[in-house]
Design a protein around this ligand. Structure first.
Ligand code: SF4
Ligand code: SF4
Length: 96
């Protein structure tokens, strides 16, 4: 691969593909356990993990309560749906 072609996780180099999308990924707080698989497979630098908000703790599964949660940056997300397909807990749903 050509040097400099890898842009994953380097937001300063990543293209803002947010306006490409037709479908939008939505994270289900009650299912996400912060495993990070979606981050590894997202072709853009669009997903990161963050701490759960207090109100999200109440909706979280027993496993998820102690873990971080996936957050999508819609400036970079192009709506490809890879994250929804790859999530082992089906915690991401694609919506219009
Ligand atoms: S959305 Fe799914 S793949 Fe992504 S961190 Fe949560 S559980 Fe893991
Ligand atoms: S739909 Fe999911 S995998 Fe595709 S760019 Fe957006 S966050 Fe990444």
């Amino acid at each position: 691969m050509e040097k400099g072609a890898i842009i994953k996780y380097k937001k300063e180099n990543a293209p803002k593909t947010g306006d490409w999308k037709y479908m939008k990924p939505v994270v289900d707080v009650s299912k996400c356990i912060g495993c990070g698989s979606c981050i590894e497979h997202c072709p853009e630098a669009a997903i990161s993990l963050r701490n759960r908000l207090k109100e999200e703790m109440e909706k979280s599964s027993a496993v998820g309560k102690d873990r971080k949660i996936a957050e999508i940056d819609f400036e970079y997300c192009k709506g490809c749906g890879v994250c929804a397909t790859i999530c082992p807990l089906k915690a991401i749903i694609m919506k219009k």
